[in-house]
Write a protein that binds this ligand. Structure first.
Ligand code: NDP
Ligand code: GDR
Length: 356
């Protein structure tokens, strides 16, 4: 195909997920033609991108086009890439839950590790390795049992889960294809980012959903695992912009994207409860620790061992100076604003539909 610098055609794997949905919105606003790969499921899995159809009522497609495919199925990847001839590919598809990866470790490797090389090879098979810009969703989970705090692009990796091990392979295969075939391929080492569209079983969303339910009298208590884990939590909307910015640079590279602030799970819980006017007082230790309403004494938070991981990542704190200096990226949403955004959304959702 003749090179046409004005063509802006993006392919997003994982378009139905939290980040995929924000990225699709972002790219459509920039005038891209956006294509997404979706998995066949027994019921629709497009709730997060429903509003991006030309006619959401009957799923009529406009500038966003969806194609069935799967990261475990090379031929589907080749077919889509060959048909749409993308100029940018964002590889966001993954079995993205760390705890679940201990239960489905082989599948996680298939999708999160081998899936990435399938996609890179599909690009080469289609003869697009010299023209396509490739973004890969790498992760702060690579740092795992972190060797230093804060973590930057030079910090050694020490993965602590099947998910992180699979993403470690992906990180290096992206670097290798960049060096071996001169591909424009970047790893975004993104620290945790959340939003009202976060999957329901990640800790932040679990907390905001449960507190909304508790506030509305629909639930009594919130059960969690490790309250002391520390994470550098940003807003997903800010982070998808960084993905795009990486692909607009003259040279491909790997970048840490983070807020530079870290908070415990406990702090997230406290601030989210404060938002509905409740102060939490902690009592006890370890698995016997509970969080009580300081006014009424009611137990609102307790520990359930089933949420502990076989190996945990204790502290993540990112240093994103490289991205800040290179292309001026910085987060715009503070920790408190993030909690507020998620609480507002879940309070509204739960009052409209208590079964959500
Ligand atoms: P989500 O879990 O919300 O979305 C994952 C997406 O991948 C979904 O669209 C899902 O489809 C799709 N998917 C899963 N398995 C397959 C498969 N076999 N074939 C094709 N598609 C598949 O994740 P996020 O949006 O939060 O994260 C996006 C990416 O960024 C992931 O790779 C994640 O590991 C990584 N990441 C996320 C961070 C975060 O804090 N959110 C931080 C660092 C990295 P379906 O809807 O059908 O399930
Ligand atoms: P994480 O996110 O593992 O960092 O991976 P998650 O929200 O699942 O856990 C964060 C921390 O909270 C602790 N925790 C609990 N976690 C869950 N899910 N449920 C609980 O009940 C609970 N109680 C305490 C965890 O032990 C952990 O320490 C996310 C994913 O988006 C990955 O795909 C991504 O790569 C990383 O962020 C960066």
């Amino acid at each position: 195909m003749a090179t046409d610098d004005s063509r802006r055609v993006a392919l997003i794997t994982g378009i139905t997920g939290q980040d995929g949905s924000y990225l699709a919105e972002f790219l459509l606003e920039k005038g891209y033609h956006v294509h997404g790969i979706i998995r066949r499921a027994s019921s629709f899995n497009t709730a997060r991108i429903q509003h991006l159809y030309e006619d959401p009522k009957c799923h009529r497609q406009g500038k966003m086009k969806l194609h069935y495919g799967d990261m475990t199925d090379s031929s589907s990847l080749i077919k889509v890439i060959s048909a749409i001839q993308p100029t940018e590919i964002y590889n966001l598809a993954a079995q993205s839950h760390v705890m679940v990866s201990f239960e489905v470790s082989e599948y996680t490797a298939e999708v999160d590790a081998v899936g990435t090389v399938r996609l890179l090879d599909a690009i080469r098979t289609c003869g697009l390795e010299k023209s396509v810009k490739f973004y890969h969703a790498s992760t702060s989970e690579l740092y795992g049992k972190a060797k230093e705090v804060p973590q930057n692009e030079k910090t050694p990796f020490y993965p602590r889960s099947p998910y992180a091990c699979a993403k470690l392979y992906s990180f290096w295969i992206v670097v290798n294809y960049r060096e071996a075939y001169n591909m424009f391929a970047c790893n975004g080492i993104l620290f945790n980012h959340e939003s009202p569209r976060r999957g329901e079983n990640f800790v932040t969303r679990k907390v905001t959903r449960s507190i909304a339910k508790i506030h509305l009298g629909l639930q009594d208590v919130l059960e969690l695992g490790n309250l002391d884990a520390k994470r550098d939590w940003g807003h997903a909307k800010d982070y998808v912009e960084a993905m795009w910015l990486m692909l607009q640079q003259t040279q491909p590279d790997d970048y840490v994207i983070a807020t530079g602030e870290t908070h415990t799970v406990k702090e997230f819980v406290e601030i989210a409860f404060q938002y509905v006017g409740r102060t939490i007082k902690w009592q006890g230790e370890g698995v016997n620790e509970t969080g009580q309403d300081a006014q009424t004494g009611q137990t609102l938070v307790r520990i359930n061992r089933k949420f502990f991981r076989p190996t945990e990542v204790d502290v993540l704190l990112g240093d994103s100076s490289k991205a800040r200096n290179k292309f001026g990226w910085k987060p715009t949403v503070t920790f408190k604003e993030l909690v507020k955004d998620m609480m507002d959304s879940d309070l509204e959702l739960m009052s409209k539909n208590p079964n959500a």
